[in-house]
Structure formats: C-alpha cells, structure tokens
Design a protein around this ligand. Structure first.
Ligand code: 5GP
Ligand code: ZN
Length: 147
C-alpha cells in the first residue's frame, strides 16, 4: 500500500482505489472530497450503486469512526436519489465486511440496492432462535470488548 498521504491511504492493487484515481472508468453518480459513488458493474437490481470512501480501508472493523460518520451522513440523500431514479419504494443499504461475509472487493463500500415487490433479488435469511443463556454471556462478552 502506498503511504504518501497517511490521511488518505491508497492501494494501487485495489480496483476501487484505481477507480478513485481515475485509472479505471466508472459511471459516477456523486463525488466530493471524502466519498465517491458509482453504478455497480454487476447490478443485482436496476439502480444498484456503490458508495465508497476515497481513502482505502478494507473493512468496517478497520475503518476510522469519523470516516464511517462521513459516509453515513451522505447515505440518505444518495438512497433517495437512487430509489427515485428507478421509481422504487425501498432499498437495501448493505456493507459486506470481510471475505466470509461476501466481501469480494477489499475496499470498504456500501451497496444501495433498490427494491420493489416481486423483483428477482432474493436474500436468504435463515433466522435461528436466540438461546437465553447464551445470549446473556454473548452480550456480556461484546460489552467487555466495548470498554
Ligand atoms: P462486495 O461483494 O465486495 O460487497 O461487492 C463488490 C461489488 O463491486 C460487486 O457488486 C461488484 O459487482 C462490484 N464491482 C467489482 N468490480 C467493479 C468495477 O470494476 N467497477 C464497478 N463499477 N463495480 C465493480
Ligand atoms: Zn482501495
């Protein structure tokens, strides 16, 4: 990773860093100092867009809190613009963080995926049942990690 600007880490081997740098083209929908948003090359529904920080951070676990706040501040306006453009009443705002969580590009990004009733996109959600005893110790363990 090139570290010539520690405030804006850049990884020349990263597809999204190269899109930010302009060396790979994209269909840009929004850009400012912090964020770039563009159409996903493999849309799962029409209007599927990505919202990325210009700085390279691999996952939400690795990202600075201030950067996540800056990204979050921009999401409502982007989600409104995208859903209105494709006339959808709903959308997913997804962030896959880590290979095991289906992240294929290791540069932090949100997906905005417009949804409508009867569309072809399906997200499996095999809900289990929360065990009360396990839940207590799990909640306590997460709480410890937050200290
Ligand atoms: P992930 O699986 O990491 O959450 O999502 C990565 C997304 O990036 C995928 O939806 C994929 O279609 C998209 N993608 C990968 N390479 C490119 C590219 O070069 N250009 C654009 N516009 N999207 C890309
Ligand atoms: Zn990157």
């Amino acid at each position: 990773m090139a570290a010539n600007n520690p405030a804006k880490p850049h990884d020349e081997s990263c597809i999204f860093c190269r899109i930010v740098a302009g060396s790979i083209p994209c269909h840009r929908i929004y850009e400012d100092d912090v964020v770039l948003s563009f159409l996903d090359i493999g849309p799962v529904t029409p209007g599927h867009v990505l919202v990325i920080p210009k700085a390279h951070h691999a996952t939400v676990m690795a990202a600075p809190a201030e950067l996540m706040a800056e990204l979050g501040r921009r999401l409502p306006k982007l989600a409104r613009a995208v859903t209105q453009a494709v006339n959808c009443p709903a959308c997913h705002v997804l962030l896959n963080s880590g290979v095991e969580a289906m992240q294929s590009v290791a540069h932090l990004h949100y997906h905005i995926i417009p949804r409508r009733l009867g569309d072809s996109f399906h997200v499996p959600w095999p809900a289990g049942k929360l065990d009360t005893a396990a839940a207590q110790s799990l909640a306590a363990s997460i709480g410890e990690n937050l200290k």
